[in-house]
Design a protein around this ligand. Structure first.
Ligand code: SAH
Length: 218
């Protein structure tokens, strides 16, 4: 098992660069995002049995019926968020912590909420291993945002609500951006920019995320 993990460590840099090449081909252009994804190990965010698939451009299960998103969509959402140069970001749906780690490398402070405690515990351990101390995690139903830490200049949802909750919009700073999958049977990636009291929505592309659920799991 140790040899197998060492094997992953040795080959991961090469397979990671192959993934970055593919992300470029798929249209990802933000060099900051590509650089962070080239350097961050995705395999440590997965169970050992799936670690060898970490650099395929595919979503993978992380337990509790949840998934680590496909690298392309992680890159795309991060790129859209980064257009607005956010320094203080709220993430809903910590999951494995992979997206949280990327945001922590690119921004000053990340506040990430997860409703399933065991997933949060594992994510916390991985972020600690990576030395990412600027990500603060909370176990809660994130639908209400994180009012006492707002306003945020970027908010990212990695689980899909039927529509973007009003509470989240109210925690968005002027000029800030929300990036979220929205919808039930069919979902669209939406970018919402705040301009004073109005919000400009842009549809980006069709996506397929787990739903944003209420309540918490201990
Ligand atoms: N960004 C994650 C994706 C995880 S999947 C990653 O990179 O691994 C989406 C996550 O959203 C799941 O872990 C799920 O438990 C969480 N989630 C769903 N509804 C939620 C809610 N209301 N509040 C907080 N987290 C929620």
């Amino acid at each position: 098992m140790v040899a197998e993990l060492q094997g992953i460590g040795m080959t991961s840099r090469r397979t990671r660069m192959r993934l970055i090449h593919r992300l470029r081909e798929e249209g990802i252009q933000d060099e900051r995002v590509l650089a962070v994804m080239a350097e961050l190990p995705r395999h440590i965010f997965l169970d050992e049995a799936l670690a060898h698939r970490a650099y395929e451009d595919t979503s993978l299960p992380i337990g509790y019926s949840q998934t680590l998103s496909q690298p392309y969509i992680v890159a795309r959402m991060t790129e859209i968020l980064m257009e607005h140069q956010p320094t203080r970001v709220l993430e809903l749906g910590t999951g494995s912590g992979y997206q949280t780690a990327i945001l922590a490398r690119l921004t000053d402070r990340v506040f990430s909420v997860e409703r399933i405690k065991p997933l949060q515990d594992r994510a916390r351990e991985r972020l600690r291993q990576l030395g990412l101390r600027n990500a603060l995690l909370k176990h809660a139903d994130g639908g209400m945002g994180w009012p006492d830490k707002g306003p945020f200049d970027g908010i990212m949802l990695t689980a899909a609500p039927k529509e973007i909750p009003a509470e989240l919009k109210s925690q968005l700073a002027d000029g800030g951006v929300i990036v979220a999958p929205v919808g039930e049977q069919s979902q669209t990636l939406v970018k919402l920019v705040r301009r004073g009291d109005s919000y400009e929505a842009t549809s980006i592309e069709a996506v397929n995320f787990v739903p944003l659920l209420g309540g918490v799991v201990r």
